[in-house]
Design a binder for this molecule. Structure first.
Ligand SMILES: Cc1cc2nc3c(=O)[nH]c(=O)nc-3n(C[C@H](O)[C@H](O)[C@H](O)COP(=O)(O)OP(=O)(O)OC[C@H]3O[C@@H](n4cnc5c(N)ncnc54)[C@H](O)[C@@H]3O)c2cc1C
Length: 404
């Protein structure tokens, strides 16, 4: 037994679960079952609450979720619940069989667009509520970012394969290689299915808007199939988020001398600080206060930046220092600035979009213009995290049930 479980105070109002965890994992209940050696019971509680428990316990930024909200944080070291969750969930996932637990949605046909965390979690819950579920994905296999983004050295793909097997055993239909909006329209899905849930992620890369940018490689296609790229000796990755960290660590593992260039300071980096540390341990080198201004053959022109404290004492701003241009050689430039959802699948559909191009939703995450189309995950939140995608899928599925 992991002795961490004995340190848990089994709080009556657990902040770790109620405030810290987006899916409100029943931590004290599971901790108690774990102490009693009832691992399968704990596993069932976890997976039915969050079908991706085996994954989120490995990839969550626990410092901002459960661990960061542990009541022991005040005077002692918080409990590492995620270690216990991993121990329980990683084995239990392979034992779990989907069951029709209720007849609530019996006879209802539901289409899920996207087989990432949203699609996987929703398929799990909807099947168990009796629905006839079909998953569509533009990729050939299930998993979304779990399969095609997060590198295998951080997440073993067997935890994604397990869902393919579980769903196939249950008779859930998966239609891979189908891009909704092209091969099939949203109108067609909405007409044929009782409900449609779109969890199409946020895969459209933001651009640097600098000359020569087309010479750069985008991080997501690179992470999807790193072997398809000839990196050369030296790689520069631009960005400071988790995608940038995965890209630089992958390039490093392919043998390239790898640098991350970022326009602000380390403290400003949106990446999980642990990931930054691990990238450094992998041998990735960092250069901060560097803004790219032009991509040229064989390298990038950067301009120095600095932090300025406004005279009124307001928020520190980072500004570019004119006249500091310098050329840095590299064989491959990878950009990992940010991603946004691709709303192309709404083109020609009845969906009502706002001025910013985002779909207008009601409070149940339903798309205005359709009575039976809901959205969840990165597709409506922008790039977030696996556990937040699952939490958002939970809201959409519950609301969908009320609407069916
Ligand atoms: C490289 C990388 C590393 C990350 N690391 C972490 C991490 O360590 N921890 C963490 O918590 N989060 C991490 N995240 C974020 C996390 O993976 C996402 O928040 C999460 O995957 C969102 O789930 P989703 O189901 O909304 O979308 P996705 O996982 O993006 O899945 C969307 C799916 O929809 C499909 N799709 C898109 N358009 C269509 C269409 N028109 N028709 C059919 N299918 C379509 C796509 O092919 C994809 O399979 C990372 C993200 C990236 C990119």
């Amino acid at each position: 037994m992991n002795n961490e479980a004995l340190r848990c105070l089994l709080c009556k109002k657990p902040k770790c679960s109620l405030q810290g965890c987006p899916v409100h994992t029943p931590i004290p209940e599971c901790m108690l079952l774990y102490r009693q050696g009832k691992l399968d019971e704990a596993g069932e509680l976890l997976i039915r609450n969050n079908p991706l428990t085996a994954v989120t316990s490995q990839v969550c930024d626990w410092k901002i979720f459960c661990y960061g909200h542990c009541v022991l944080n005040v005077k002692q070291i918080p409990v590492r619940w995620y270690e216990i969750e991993q121990e329980i969930s990683r084995d239990y996932l392979f034992k779990y069989r989907l069951e029709r637990r209720t007849e609530e949605l019996s006879g209802k046909k539901v289409a899920l667009v996207g087989a990432g965390p949203v699609g996987l979690a929703a398929a799990f819950w909807l099947y168990e509520a009796g629905a006839d579920v079909t998953l569509f994905d533009a990729n050939e296999r299930m998993g979304g970012v779990l399969r095609y983004g997060i590198p295998a050295f951080r997440l073993d793909k067997k935890y994604v394969d397990a869902f393919e097997r579980m769903f196939a055993d249950a008779g859930i239909t998966f239609r891979g290689g189908v891009e909704v909006g092209k091969e099939l329209t949203l109108d067609q899905l909405s007409a044929v299915y009782d409900a449609v849930l779109i969890g199409a992620g946020a895969e459209k890369p933001a651009t640097l808007r600098i000359p020569g940018e087309e010479k750069a490689v985008q991080a997501l296609p690179f992470l999807k199939d790193p072997s398809a790229f000839e990196l050369g000796k030296k790689v520069i990755v631009i960005g400071g988020g988790n995608v940038a960290m995965d890209a630089c660590r992958t390039a490093r593992r392919l043998g390239a001398e790898t640098w991350v260039y970022y326009r602000k300071t380390f403290e400003n980096m949106p990446a999980n600080p642990l990931e930054v540390e691990e990238a450094k341990e992998d041998g990735v080198q960092f250069k901060v206060f560097q803004a790219p201004v032009e991509v040229k053959e064989g390298g990038v022109v950067f301009r120095d930046c600095e932090n300025v404290v406004p005279e009124d004492g307001g928020r520190v701003i980072t500004r570019i220092i004119e006249g500091t241009d310098h050329f840095v050689e590299c064989d491959t430039l990878i950009t990992a600035i940010s991603e946004t959802p691709d709303f192309g699948l709404f083109q020609g559909s009845a969906a009502v979009l706002g001025e910013d191009g985002w779909p207008i939703l009601d409070e149940s995450q339903r798309v205005r213009g359709y009575p039976n189309v809901w959205v969840a995950g990165d597709f409506c939140l922008g790039p977030k995290s696996v556990v937040e995608a699952v939490a958002s899928a939970r809201i959409a599925v519950d609301k969908m049930k009320e609407g069916l």
